[in-house]
Design a protein around this ligand. Structure first.
Ligand code: GLN
Ligand code: ZN
Length: 750
């Protein structure tokens, strides 16, 4: 059988693209150097895949920031406010991605959203009534030709028109129906250009198809593709789906003139059934997504062969191509970079490059490879912990409920804390300057002693507290200088985790995260954050918030186990964090924030599965963490970068006392939904975007707050940025927070 890869990670084995981009953003290098780095990364990826013998390799899976934004720029979906800056094409692109503040103007970035159920974030394209869709870009053609020069006749990856339209935000009167024809025509024009250059296969990524689709969606899809497929000429078209099954549209799709169809057989629970039930047409080729593009565990060949056997009942072997379940963008580059993990662990993992080998081995049906694979699955060390199991089994129904009621607690807490109206706070982290990173690194590598490490952090905390007092913030934080990452840090202090050195995965733009791996049963060995919070509190009379990461986020931002359920893993983590909450409280911390930034991440893409498959256990797991605290301890939570409007009742039932969340980039739409749902939890809608270096002015913040006040009760309103400040510089942080406190004072005055 042949092999196909949907897309490959693009940031570089050692995050080269990230470092080069950052130099470019800082003005240290010019455009030419940045473009050269991009070319080098693309060439490297082509070579790795070619050397592995992959048959269908994608071009145009590269991006300097985001593929959805690339698609928008390809078709001239560029809001005027970015064009008006009069910047170069690439800087206009970066202005839309990151915002721009400089001598040419001052504009915010476009909104950013989670890419389906992953931790990758895409930029939301904006279409207004004056948008003229036109094929103005050449990126797919250029990258096709570039790969060809390197000896690879690639398939060209394009985000499909259906998914693209569904992800766009329409800001005027017009909607999808007003733009679909123009967009379809421009896609056809693009296929024509690709054909001219010798391109033989185009891959349309249409992940939106795994969502719930209604009649109109299906009609829209059919209309667009009937046109495209009617004009595809000699180019073959692969419809690539991923992140689930396409149960609402499978029958329709197999009746259309696609040449190849890519189906996710890992996350798509019903994919096999669909193929069995409705068959698979003889004139088409199936790209069977059998290798998990999201998780890092080695593929179990025996199980994969079982699936293949079933498939062969409906599709002849010569029409099956072995593929990845989704783009490999969501896994790290290579195990080859891991020097510390022993073979006992490593042999159970497979990153992007290793997955190429898996594809080849499965496709070849190699007997020796199958046997070697079977051996690996025979033993896994250090997995089970009976105490953990017993503790999970002993959880009672009452343990999921905090008493007394929210209303009673609210009164008690207001009295104890004595905060002003519109209390100001931040989300937790302060800028992670070079000295902060160096301190952690030096400690890790044994260059400094534990005392030196702690001493430095305490000095930083004391400075951070002083800064916040000077700025006049009301609820302070310690700054999170001990943390590399909000999940990895906790993972490191819990047993049951293993860690990597270089297993970076793209989160947004050029930012990566390094998710730890849940290897076995999880428990807390000792107090984790208490010493930092207690020290911070000793520096001030104002309340300092303890800062923890919640169990659902820890789970969702780790690579999870596949041998027990996500629910069971989450409960194990919840019990560990619960112990930490109680320790903080016992040590005099009056406010504890439990971040659930990634709560929505594993929300099933189909609404009908939301509660039964996820929220029904995820929300109680969060409650289990804080249900043991006294009524006067205030529990905060924080969420960011995803749509909440449709799960507001679930969020309210997390039963936190205060929630801060991202709102500034999505124009406060969420507030209407809170009002409609009678949201009881106090709220801190982020008043400015921290993912951009731009400093919001006092007037701007006052106007945001004024708008917020029309939708939220004053007594429930907090004032804060929309996320942690760790990626920001110190100067802009001071300036922004200063303006934030100023704005809160002005509003209080009113
Ligand atoms: N407390 C964390 C911080 O401030 C929250 C980060 C996040 O939501 N992603 O960095
Ligand atoms: Zn956040």
């Amino acid at each position: 059988m042949k092999t196909s890869v949907i897309g490959f990670p693009r940031i570089g084995r050692n995050r080269e693209l990230k470092f080069t981009s950052e130099k470019y953003f800082a003005g240290k290098i010019g455009e030419a150097e940045l473009l050269t780095e991009g070319r080098a990364q693309r060439a490297f990826n082509i070579k790795v895949q070619k050397d592995s013998g992959i048959d269908l390799i994608s071009s145009n899976d590269f991006s300097f920031y985001d593929n959805v934004l690339d698609t928008a720029f390809l078709f001239n979906v560029i809001p005027e406010r970015y064009k008006e800056l009069g910047l170069s094409v690439i800087d206009t692109y970066f202005a839309a991605a990151r915002g721009y503040q400089g001598d040419k103007g001052n504009v915010k970035a476009l909104a950013m959203k989670k890419w389906f159920n992953t931790n990758y974030h895409y930029i939301v394209p904006e279409i207004d009534d004056s948008t003229k869709i036109a094929l103005t870009g050449t990126k797919p053609v250029d990258e096709y030709l570039e790969a060809k020069e390197l000896g690879a006749d690639t398939k060209v990856l394009l985000i499909g028109p259906f998914t693209f339209l569904k992800l766009c935000r329409f800001t005027g009167e017009k909607g999808i129906s007003d733009f679909k024809d123009a967009l379809t025509n421009e896609y056809i024009a693009l296929i024509g250009k690709l054909e001219e250059k010798g391109c033989k296969l185009v891959q349309f990524d249409e992940p939106y198809l795994v969502r719930d689709l209604d009649k109109e969606d299906i009609a829209l899809f059919e209309e667009i593709y009937n046109k495209i497929l009617g004009k595809k000429g000699s180019v073959k078209v692969l419809l690539q789906t991923y992140f689930g099954d396409i149960r609402d549209i499978y029958e329709k799709i197999i009746s259309l003139d696609f040449d190849l169809i890519g189906i996710d057989l890992v996350e798509g629970r019903k994919s096999l059934d669909l193929i069995r039930k409705y068959g698979f047409p003889e004139d088409k080729i199936l790209v069977a997504g059998l290798i998990n593009g999201k998780n890092i565990w080695r593929n179990d060949y025996s199980k994969t062969y079982e699936k293949l056997e079933i498939l062969k009942g409906s599709v002849s072997e010569d029409r099956i191509i072995v593929g990845t379940s989704c783009s490999l963008l969501h896994v790290p580059y290579t195990l080859g970079s891991e020097t510390k993990l022993t073979e006992d662990y490593k042999k159970h993992f497979s990153f992007a490059e290793e997955k190429l080998t898996e594809l080849k081995e499965i496709a070849s049906g190699d007997e020796a490879a199958l046997n070697a694979n079977k051996e690996i699955f025979k033993n896994r060390i250090d997995v089970l912990d009976n105490d953990v199991k017993e503790r999970v089994n002993a959880i009672k129904k009452e343990d999921y409920t905090r008493l007394p009621s929210f209303e009673e607690r609210e009164k008690i807490q207001k009295e104890r804390l004595g905060l002003p109206l519109f209390p100001t706070t931040t989300i937790g982290s302060f800028p992670q300057t070079d000295d902060v990173r160096k301190n952690r690194k030096d400690y890790r590598s044994g260059l400094i002693t534990k005392e030196q490490y702690i001493g430095f952090n305490e000095k930083k905390i004391a400075e951070c507290i002083r800064l916040q007092e000077e700025l006049g913030l009301d609820v302070l934080v310690h700054g999170e200088f001990e943390r590399n990452d909000m999940v990895e840090y906790f993972g490191e202090h819990l047993s049951g985790y293993v860690f990597t050195e270089k297993a970076w995965v793209l989160s947004y733009g050029t930012r990566c995260v390094k998710p730890p791996i849940i290897w076995g049963d999880v428990s807390r060995k000792e107090a984790i954050t208490v010493r930092w919070s207690v020290f911070a509190q000793s520096c001030t009379n104002k309340p300092v918030k303890g800062m923890l990461t919640g169990p659902v986020t820890i789970l969702n931002w780790s690579f999870p186990r596949e041998d027990i359920s996500l629910h069971e893993s989450t409960l194990q983590i919840a019990l560990a964090i619960r112990d930490e909450v109680l320790d903080l409280e016992k040590n005099g911390i009056k406010i504890i924030q439990i971040d659930e930034a990634a709560l929505r991440e594993k929300l099933p893409l189909r609404k009908s599965d939301w509660y039964s498959e996820y929220l029904d256990w995820a929300i109680p797991a969060f409650r289990l963490v804080h249900s043991g605290v006294a009524p006067d301890t205030q529990i905060h939570t924080h969420m960011c970068y995803s749509e909440f409007t449709d799960i507001i009742p679930a969020i309210d039932s997390m039963d936190a006392d205060v929630i801060t969340f991202e709102a500034s980039r999505s124009d406060l739409l969420i507030l209407d939904a809170l009002k409609e749902n009678n949201f009881k939890t106090e709220v801190g809608p982020g008043v400015y975007d921290i993912h951009s270096p731009r400093v919001p002015s006092v007037e701007e913040l006052v106007s945001v707050l004024t708008k917020i006040r029309t939708k939220t009760e004053d007594k429930k309103l907090w004032v804060n940025p929309d996320c942690g400040l760790k990626t920001r510089g110190i100067t802009e942080t001071k300036a922004s927070l200063n303006n934030l406190v100023e704005a809160a004072k002005i509003i209080r005055g009113q």
